[in-house]
Design a protein. Structure first.
Length: 344
């Protein structure tokens, strides 16, 4: 393996030495202002993984027909010609940072299992049956969920957005329900239009894990937002893990936007829930989890909860995270429940 991180502010010499390294399998190159040619890769018959960041390359032609390459990540904003991607028939993993260039049709990449793309790329991968993991970032345009139909191997889907432009539309829900292998669904930030109803995308999808997370790790990251009509929600008998920490719920029935009491109307539909994260949601009591008797693990940290006596009403509860609450009666928690610092 070889990883080269340049100073970016100045050129790096002797780059031609890369053409004499036929044994390289994993290569990462970043921040080199005079790195413009990928032709060296033709002399790396064992190259499996390539990670390119902040390089002024204009074309991927140097990668054409490299049959050994199975993982590629691109973060090169100057790129103009990405046509060579369609010749990389051994690719299993392909990821893009934000970009303005066009990518070619990728339906010929029958080995591709993992992809990270932007919504303007979706027609290039629509319905690909080989995909198992997919991350989608929003861009300047709204997009429908129909591209998912036919992705029968997809088990892990992440949808990322900032809630300004480029939201996924409510047609996402019906498309999600046609994915027979989907097990894990993650929404990061605010990829949904807060004025439209996504009830069909937020329950009874057949997934086991459902996450609503911050857009990223920055201090300005968008908090997750769920636009829904409680009156249109369906009961869910498959979700076992649900993360709603820091989330807001946009109740389209009464036009309120807060976590409590809207959380109770949402959570009451989850009939098989085993692990629940509701950290940082300004909760003052545990009313919103009333009736969730299947719960085994619970994170209620960083709220304003003082009375935890309600935890006696959860016969299957094994672990609870309480930190950051002004709890006054922790002794009311059954001895069979472990108070933990974190939930794995």
């Amino acid at each position: 393996s070889l990883f080269i991180n340049g100073p970016y502010s100045q050129s790096v010499g002797n780059l031609s030495v890369l053409s004499g390294m036929p044994q390289i399998e994993n290569l990462g190159i970043s921040n080199i202002p005079n790195f413009k040619d990928l032709q060296f890769a033709q002399n790396m018959p064992k190259l499996k993984s390539l990670h390119l960041v902040s390089l002024p390359i204009l074309s991927l032609d140097g990668l054409s027909n490299i049959s050994s390459l199975n993982s590629l990540y691109l973060d090169c904003s100057n790129l103009k010609n990405a046509d060579a991607l369609s010749s990389l028939t051994s690719l299993q993993t392909l990821g893009f940072a934000y970009h303005n260039y066009e990518i070619p049709d990728l339906h010929g990449l029958s080995a591709l299992e993992n992809a990270e793309v932007y919504c303007n790329d979706l027609d290039k991968i629509a319905g690909m049956p080989s995909l198992k993991s997919l991350t989608i970032h929003n861009n300047a345009q709204e997009y429908e969920g129909d591209f998912l139909r036919g992705m029968n191997s997809l088990s892990d889907l992440v949808i990322v957005g900032n809630g300004i432009i480029g939201e996924v539309l409510p047609s996402l829900g019906p498309a999600l329900r046609e994915l027979p292998s989907l097990q894990k669904l993650t929404f990061r930030g605010t990829p949904m239009d807060s004025y439209q109803d996504y009830s069909s995308s937020l329950s009874n999808l057949g997934v086991k894990e459902l996450y609503f997370l911050l857009e990223d790790d920055s201090i300005t990251a968008d908090k997750p937002l769920l636009p829904l009509s409680p009156s249109k929600l369906e009961d869910d008998y498959t979700v076992q893990v649900l993360n709603l920490s820091l989330a807001k719920i946009q109740n389209l029935d009464d036009e309120t936007r807060n976590f409590y009491p809207n959380a109770k109307a949402y959570l009451s539909h989850f009939k098989a829930l085993k692990r629940l994260y509701i950290s940082g949601n300004t909760l003052e009591n545990l009313d919103c989890i009333e009736g969730l008797t299947t719960l085994e693990e619970l994170d209620i940290s960083e709220n304003y909860i003082s009375d935890v006596s309600a935890l006696r009403n959860f016969p299957n509860l094994k672990k609870v995270k309480l930190s950051g609450n002004p709890v006054v009666n922790a002794e009311m928690i059954p001895d069979s429940v472990e108070i933990v610092a974190s939930l794995d």
